[in-house]
Design a protein around this ligand. Structure first.
Ligand code: GLY
Length: 378
């Protein structure tokens, strides 16, 4: 299925409008740097700024919320450059803080994914769903299966264990079983699959996870589920770049419209310099790292030797390394157009990206200079 009509900006807006229409207050993205949680360097999921409210505190805007949250994850930085891993990404999410539960959460997920008018218009025949198989902490999620059966055939619903279908932001805090939605990305369609065939399709990327609905009603302490929360919450998460890739009929996130301008700016120059087949991966790393670096600067991070500043420094240094692999020279004329194109692409959704364009470029440029000096003096 391909809905080439929807741009990433339209998908972001559609998502927030869809949930607004269903009674959700739309929150602006919080900063990448968590405001009240020194235990983590970055917001890594849409729910992270909402943890106190999932634990029971009243949210001033009510008990139905939705957002598109800026996130940074560095745990798999070495994987960046493959078809789907990104350091910076945006996560679409909707939340019920003790309000609706499985019935509405699943219905709205299905509607948003498949509705041509209000949602993504994805092909229902390509959807597969997993649910929690149950263990000593929580029962087999037959309730979710019953709800899903209203929308998709039972033989496309698979039970999986905690390592797949349980979600928590860390060792402490709210958590719960989840149901996950996957999309068939093969040209001809996979059709009916047994449990084992489905697991194999997931392992080799023929189906791609597009959304999860976590039924957050438990609490974890020191890695152990210790009991139920005072309320039953819903916490959903869907990677904007990932769904954009599917909607735009692409097979890797770097071919989505987020990267169009930056990629062509980079590729035009890249082609002149190298025939090394590795250049595609190297170019993606540059595209990823510069985007993440610019977003970090836009949230006030400055390069340093610790915490968020160290991550920014590392991203810039890695950029220099990969730029030099391709160009074998100082890379300012590469970096500026890429930074510029990101400021343009994101200026509407995040107006401070336009304000920060000049500063962002200066910060990155200075850091590049410093690193090049280090390289030439060793
Ligand atoms: N909804 C959990 C997540 O962030 O993926």
């Amino acid at each position: 299925m391909k809905n080439s009509m929807l741009s990433s900006a339209e998908i972001r807006i559609r998502f927030l409008e869809f949930f607004k229409k269903r009674g959700h207050a739309v929150l602006p993205s919080a900063s990448l740097v968590p405001e009240n949680d020194p235990s983590v360097l970055f917001n890594t999921a849409g729910m992270q700024p909402l943890v106190p409210y999932l634990m029971g505190q009243k949210h001033p805007l009510g008990n139905r919320l939705a957002s598109c949250q800026k996130c940074v994850r560095t745990g798999d930085i070495e994987e960046v450059g493959n078809h789907k891993n990104l350091t910076f990404f945006e996560m679409l999410g909707n939340w019920s803080l003790g309000d609706y539960f499985k019935e509405d959460a699943i219905k709205w997920s299905y509607e948003f994914l498949t509705s041509k008018e209000e949602g993504l218009g994805l092909d229902p025949e390509r959807l597969y769903v997993t649910v929690f198989e149950g263990d000593e902490d929580a029962p087999r999620d037959l309730e979710a299966v019953e709800i899903w059966k209203q929308y998709i055939p039972e033989n496309r619903i698979y039970f999986l264990p905690k390592k797949n279908n349980w979600w928590s932001p860390g060792d402490n805090g709210p958590c719960g079983p989840d149901t996950e939605m996957f999309y068939d990305v093969t040209p001809d369609g996979l059709g009916e699959m047994t449990h084992n065939e489905y697991v194999a399709a997931d392992e080799d990327g023929r189906v791609v996870e597009i959304w999860n609905d976590v039924f957050m009603q438990y609490e974890k302490r020191d890695g152990k589920v210790v009991g139920k929360l005072s309320q039953k919450n819903v916490d959903t998460g869907s990677g904007l770049e990932r769904v954009t890739m599917l909607v735009q009929g692409k097979t890797n996130v770097y071919e989505t419209d987020f990267f169009d301008q930056a990629r062509s700016n980079l590729m035009i120059r890249t082609m002149e310099y190298t025939q090394n087949p590795e250049y595609i991966r190297w170019s993606r790393i540059i595209l990823d790292h510069l985007r993440a670096a610019l977003f970090l600067v836009s949230d006030g991070v400055v390069p340093s030797n610790k915490d968020q500043g160290y991550v920014l420094r590392r991203l810039v240094r890695r950029t220099v390394i990969y730029v030099q692999k391709i160009y074998k020279k100082t890379p300012h004329d590469i970096i500026l157009p890429v930074v510029d194109s990101y400021a343009n692409v994101y200026g509407e959704a995040y107006p401070n990206m336009l304000d920060v364009k000049a500063t962002g470029y200066e910060v990155i440029r200075n850091e590049v200079e410093k690193f090049i000096k280090t390289l030439t003096t060793v």
